[in-house]
Design a protein around this ligand. Structure first.
Ligand code: ADP
Ligand code: TRP
Length: 322
């Protein structure tokens, strides 16, 4: 059985791009009987940037509610907050003492910000070490991540193998799983959907607000009667990802036939989203309004995670004489 582990940033309420590009594919991977998945909310990493306590709490809850609503089975797998298993901080300290300074100075995540060193906190600098601890603490075999995290995974392997070299086999060397074919979901302006571009579709809001959100998708101003090109339209770009083959073929005919306005296409997209995500939206609302239910699922994962973490940590402590 392969142990799959990944950290999820709690940077805000998940949007349609996060669901289709990250959450749903990861949940699919976790359904494979041969895998055991450890998914955690990287809320200690988020402290490098987010300082407001209430924002952190709200982000954690909306990320957790989204994963559970999308069908992540928290009983078969492990779902936990990084901060609730503080063993990771102890391991991160040990690993810090085996990590060469130049390795960290070379990390893209640090280098990108290093022109303004006064704004870089030490947490940001040692971010890759905490990430290595996240992985090594749970004997993970496979770590699915985006391309931007590839270097961090290489560092985790380097840190683990130099420790193993010095003390004998202690850590499992994790393999990165980088899916190059993951779809990029376009936002309301046609660029990659991202919180930082303000172009997201937030499916976890009321019908009325969701409809308004879909109506904001940017199109050209061709009049209703004129035939339209679906392949250059931001509405169609999202519709074709969600619709069935027949729905997409029908929509293409509507565009090309004329007498079909962008308002019609947006209404059809809105209805499709409501239909496809009815169950997910209902569950999300349930959990976000029943935080104790959400907490109890997280806490169950956290106590199981702590047991595994402590046994690995003991292995490390005894190797280095603590
Ligand atoms: P954002 O860009 O909105 O801040 P994050 O960087 O927090 O999103 O991304 C969280 C996860 O969702 C990552 O795995 C990322 O690859 C995925 N993701 C984000 N936006 C998209 C998108 N538009 N299409 C596909 N996947 C996405
Ligand atoms: N740094 C990762 C990101 O930004 C999140 C993360 C933290 C992570 N710890 C991890 C991912 C351990 C995989 C394994 O997406």
């Amino acid at each position: 059985m392969a142990r799959i582990l990944t950290g999820i940033q709690s940077s805000g309420k998940p949007h349609l791009g996060n669901l289709l590009g990250a959450i749903i594919p990861a949940i699919e991977l976790s359904k494979n009987e041969k895998n055991e998945s450890f998914f955690f909310i990287a809320d200690l990493h988020s402290l490098t940037t987010i300082k407001d306590a209430q924002t952190r709490i709200d982000n954690i809850h909306s990320v957790a509610a989204a994963w559970i609503a999308c069908g992540f089975d928290t009983e078969k797998n492990l779902f936990y907050r990084q901060s609730k298993v503080p063993a990771v901080c102890e391991l991160a300290w040990y690993l810090n003492c085996y990590t060469p300074f130049p390795m960290l100075a070379n990390a893209h995540s640090f280098k990108d910000k290093s022109e303004k060193l006064a704004d870089v906190n030490a947490g940001l600098f040692t971010y890759p070490v905490l990430m290595a601890a996240d992985i090594l603490l749970y004997d993970a075999n496979t770590v699915p991540v985006g391309k931007d995290q590839k270097q961090h995974l290489e560092m985790a392997r380097d840190i683990a193998s130099s420790f193993n070299h010095q003390y004998g086999d202690t850590f499992i060397l994790p393999d990165a799983k980088i899916d190059e074919n993951i779809m990029t979901i376009p936002g309301t302006d046609g660029q990659k959907m991202s919180k930082s571009y303000g172009n997201t579709i937030d499916i976890f809001q009321t019908d009325k607000k969701l409809r308004k959100n879909v109506m904001q998708i940017i199109t050209d101003s061709k009049p209703l009667e004129e035939p339209k090109d679906p392949d250059t339209c931001n509405v169609f770009a999202i519709y074709k990802i969600l619709g069935s083959d027949t729905q997409v073929a029908d929509m293409r005919n509507n565009y090309e036939g004329g007498n079909y306005g962008y308002g019609h296409a947006k209404q059809a997209l809105y209805e499709l989203i409501v239909e496809k995500f009815a169950d997910v939206r209902e569950k999300y609302d349930f959990y976000i309004n029943n935080i104790p239910e959400l907490e109890s699922k997280l806490q169950a994962g956290e106590s199981r995670a702590a047991e595994i973490a402590n046994s690995v940590l003991n292995r490390v402590r005894s190797k280095i004489g603590y």
